[in-house]
Design a protein around this ligand. Structure first.
Ligand SMILES: *Cc1c(COP(=O)(O)O)cnc(C)c1O
Length: 390
C-alpha cells in the first residue's frame, strides 16, 4: 500500500471506503493516477465537475477572481454571487437565491423556509414535510430525517421530528399523508439518485404539483444531483413542466468548488428576513465566479448536446449482455447489471474507466461536456465488463 494510503487510513476519519487509487491530475474527462495510468471519468466526482477537470474557461474565471478577492463575508456586496443569482433566476423561473456550500445545507435552507411558510400561513402545527421513500436528502441530522431510507437512520436516533415518508408514484397515498399530517411541504427528487437513479412518473409529478398548489402546500424539489444540466434541462423539474416553490441544488453548480443554493419561487420570495438564515462562506466569490462560467454556458444548444449524448448512452447500453435495464435521465444513468455492480466498478477501473454505484446499480454521471468519442470509448469498456461479469 502506498504511503499516502497508509497516512490517509491513519489520519482521515474512516467514513469513506476509498479505491486504492490516487488521482493526481486530469483534463476534461480524462484523469491520471500517481503511476500515470489514464482513466475516463464517468463519475465526475459524483456529478460535480460538470465541465470536466481543469476546464480552461472555469480555471480562468476562478483564478481571475482568486487574484482579486477570495472572501469578504456576507456583510458586503460582491459581484460573482449577484451575477450567478441573476443567471439562475433568469434560467429557472425562480425569484431569489440563497447561497451555501453543499447539498445538505441547501436542503436545510429550504426546510427552514418551508417551516416558516407553514407557521406564518397556517399556524404552528403545520411544520411537517412529506418526503418520498427511497429518497436521499443529505447527511446532517435534519436532512437524514428527510431521507426516506431507514438504513441511514438507525444509529443516529433521535432524528429531527416533522418528517414523514410516503411511497413514490402513489399520488393517493401522498395526498392522504399530506392532509393527515398537516404538512407544509412535499419534497421530491425528480430522479432519485442515491436511491438507484429512478425517475419519478411524469403523471405523479404533475398531479403533485397541481395538488400542492391547490392546498397551498409548498413543492420542494431537491436538484442537488439532477440540477445544473445533468438531466438534459438546466433543472430536472423543467422536464416535467412544473414550477416548484423551493429548489435546492449543489454538486455540479460550482463546477468543482463547494457551492450550494436554495432557490425561492414567487410564494416564498420574501419568506426570509434579516437574521432568519445565513452562512459565513455562502456565496463565496471564487466558487460563484466558477459557477457563473459553467451556468452561463448551459444554453439550449449545450443542453441539446447533453440530451444527444444521453440518447447515445441509453441506446448503446440497452439490451446488452449482462445488462438487465437502464434508468435515469440525461447524463444521470443507472444500470441494473446481472453481475455484482461493485465488482464491475472495480474491473472497469482496472480497464481505465471510473464509474459509480447507487444501491445495487452501476451509476454514470460523466462530465456534461464529455466528447462523444470519449463517451463511446467508456461505454464499450463498461459493456464488455458487464458481459464478462454476468
Ligand atoms: C448529494 C446529495 C445531497 C447531499 O449533498 P452534499 O453536498 O453531500 O451535502 C442531497 N440531496 C441529493 C439528491 C444528493 O444527491
Amino acid at each position: 500500500m502506498s504511503n499516502l494510503q497508509n497516512l490517509d487510513q491513519k489520519y482521515i476519519a474512516g467514513t469513506y471506503a476509498r479505491f486504492p487509487v490516487s488521482i493526481v491530475s486530469g483534463k476534461g474527462s480524462e484523469v491520471f493516477d500517481e503511476n500515470g495510468k489514464r482513466y475516463i471519468d464517468m463519475g465526475s466526482g459524483i456529478g460535480v465537475t460538470c465541465f470536466g477537470i481543469a476546464d480552461d474557461a472555469w480555471v480562468k474565471a476562478v483564478t481571475d477572481q482568486l487574484r482579486k478577492v477570495q472572501h469578504t463575508s456576507n456583510l458586503y456586496y460582491t459581484e460573482p454571487c449577484v451575477r450567478l443569482a441573476e443567471l439562475i433566476c433568469e434560467k429557472s423561473g425562480m425569484k431569489k437565491v440563497f447561497f451555501c456550500n453543499s447539498g445538505a445545507e441547501a436542503n436545510e435552507c429550504v426546510i427552514k423556509a418551508a417551516r416558516k411558510y407553514g407557521y406564518e400561513k397556517k399556524g404552528p402545527d403545520y411544520y411537517t414535510i412529506v418526503t418520498l421513500e427511497n429518497s436521499f436528502h443529505g447527511r446532517t441530522i435534519t436532512t437524514l430525517s428527510a431521507t426516506g431510507q431507514d438504513h441511514y437512520h438507525e444509529q443516529f436516533l433521535p432524528l429531527t421530528p416533522g418528517f414523514v415518508h410516503t411511497p413514490a408514484n402513489d399520488f393517493d397515498a401522498l395526498k392522504e399523508c399530506v392532509l393527515k399530517n398537516k404538512a407544509c411541504a412535499v419534497m421530491i427528487e425528480c430522479v432519485q439518485g442515491e436511491g438507484g437513479v429512478i425517475a419519478l412518473d411524469a403523471d405523479f409529478v404533475k398531479k403533485l404539483a397541481e395538488f400542492s398548489k391547490h392546498e397551498d402546500v409548498l413543492l420542494i424539489v431537491d436538484e442537488v444531483q439532477t440540477g445544473n444540466g445533468r438531466s438534459g434541462a438546466l433543472y430536472a423539474y423543467q422536464n416535467f413542466g412544473i414550477q416548484p416553490d423551493l429548489v435546492s441544488t449543489a454538486k455540479g453548480i460550482g463546477g468543482g468548488l463547494p457551492l450550494g443554493a436554495a432557490l425561492f419561487g414567487e410564494k416564498v420570495e420574501k419568506i426570509f428576513g434579516f437574521g432568519d438564515h445565513g452562512s459565513t462562506f455562502g456565496g463565496n466569490p471564487i466558487a460563484c465566479a466558477g459557477a457563473v462560467s459553467v451556468i452561463e454556458r448551459m444554453d439550449e444548444d449545450f443542453l441539446k448536446s447533453v440530451r444527444r449524448k444521453s440518447e447515445i448512452a441509453f441506446e448503446y447500453l440497452n439490451g446488452k449482455k449482462g445488462i438487465e435495464s437502464v434508468s435515469g435521465m440525461g447524463l444521470m444513468i443507472g444500470i441494473k447489471t446481472r453481475g455484482d455492480a461493485k465488482e464491475i466498478v472495480r474491473e472497469c477501473m482496472a480497464r481505465g474507466v471510473l464509474c459509480l454505484t447507487a444501491k445495487d446499480k452501476l451509476r454514470l454521471l460523466p462530465a456534461l461536456n464529455i466528447t462523444e468519442e470519449c463517451l463511446k470509448e467508456a461505454l464499450e469498456i463498461i459493456v464488455s465488463v458487464c458481459a464478462d461479469k454476468e
